[in-house]
Design a protein around this ligand. Sequence first.
Ligand SMILES: [Zn+2]
Length: 131
Amino acid sequence: MSRPVPVPTDLSAPFWDAARRGDLVVPYCPSCDLRFFVPEPVCPGCMAAGWHYVASTGRGAVYSVTVVHRAPGPGFDTPFALAVIDLDDGATLLSHVDAGDPDAVAIGMRVRVDFRPLTDEITLPWFVPES
Ligand SMILES: [Zn+2]
């Protein structure tokens, strides 16, 4: 079996379209100047519905990390590093970090987005050490 594949929704389709093009985008709320993730029907900061996607540089730092040794399901190669990434330009994502050795991923490590095709339709944003 292969790993689960994300199913785009009306809210997330622009995110997945951008990822397939090699771009990272995050929701941005102009009402309260907040970038956030994951996409929600309304802004988690001020409850406004008028947010839109904006491009991110895809650069940031590891806020926290864990090394997963037991796969959450079929299709995952363990061990892998799963990290909370604070993007420099706002928003926080949960993502894989591929640093070769999962134990090498550390809090504060500088990372940049990298894209890994999962299917023809879905490309996952991963992160790698900033070079
Ligand atoms: Zn807002």
